[in-house]
Write a protein that binds this ligand. Structure first.
Ligand code: DC
Length: 207
């Protein structure tokens, strides 16, 4: 099937939405766009002295390539700061919407996909977990990569980002009314992926 089919997956930092999104995309053969990476790329440009609005308007694929830097804690905080600027968000809308309607299906993960970018998405998931569980996951990931940050520092980062993402005026982090909520606090990765796959399969077959 080559019709567009959009899966919107939103949730806070380290909720598991990235892992779930990649798994769903692979399972159904859909394209996957991690929209956080766009904001991270703009954030990194700001750290390098570029005006964030100009950076968002001129963003190119090459800006998304330095994954090591884009995935770091500094880029995450910078992303969350540029993400409050309405002009930055506006500059990234068309690219995300075009990706969402690509032939063959698309999974987009972020904060405002089901509410603002793709309110018509065929499937909407809102993935959550407690701040402590999310901080623990992110801490273990960072430790694995050789980082020496403490779990408390990661928790403080997660809470600061949650607040900024949830309280901004434009497109704040919140679940769409018709989103299926998936709390992964007590689920294994396999269990969380299985639930998401079930939700998508139910709608995909019907289309
Ligand atoms: O998903 P992530 O942790 O890579 O996102 C980094 C930041 O980018 C996040 O703190 C808020 C912002 N963001 C956003 O505002 N809207 C999105 N759709 C995705 C990310």
């Amino acid at each position: 099937m080559s019709e567009p089919f959009t899966v919107a997956i939103d949730g806070p930092a380290a909720s598991g939405k990235g892992t779930i999104s990649r798994a769903v995309a692979e399972r159904f053969g859909f394209g996957h766009l991690d929209t956080g990476l766009l904001y991270r790329a703009v954030g990194v440009k700001m750290l390098d002295g570029v005006d964030p609005v100009a950076a968002a308007q001129a963003l190119s694929r090459a800006d998304l390539e330095d994954e090591a830097r884009l995935r770091g804690a500094e880029a995450a905080q910078a992303a969350s700061k540029v993400a409050v600027i309405p002009e930055v968000r506006a500059a990234l809308v068309d690219f995300q919407r075009a990706f969402a309607r690509r032939a063959g299906g698309a999974v987009l993960d972020g904060r405002d996909i089901g509410t603002v970018i793709c309110p018509q998405a065929e499937v909407k998931l809102f993935v959550t977990a407690s701040a402590e569980v999310r901080a623990r996951r992110r801490y273990l990931e960072l430790k694995d990569k050789g980082s020496d940050t403490t779990e408390d520092e990661v928790l403080a980062d997660v809470i600061a980002r949650d607040e900024r993402d949830s309280e901004r005026a434009t497109a704040p982090l919140r679940a769409a009314e018709d989103a299926l909520r998936l709390d992964t606090s007590h689920l294994s990765i396999d269990e969380a992926v299985a639930e998401a796959v079930r939700a998508v399969a139910a709608k995909y077959k019907a289309n």
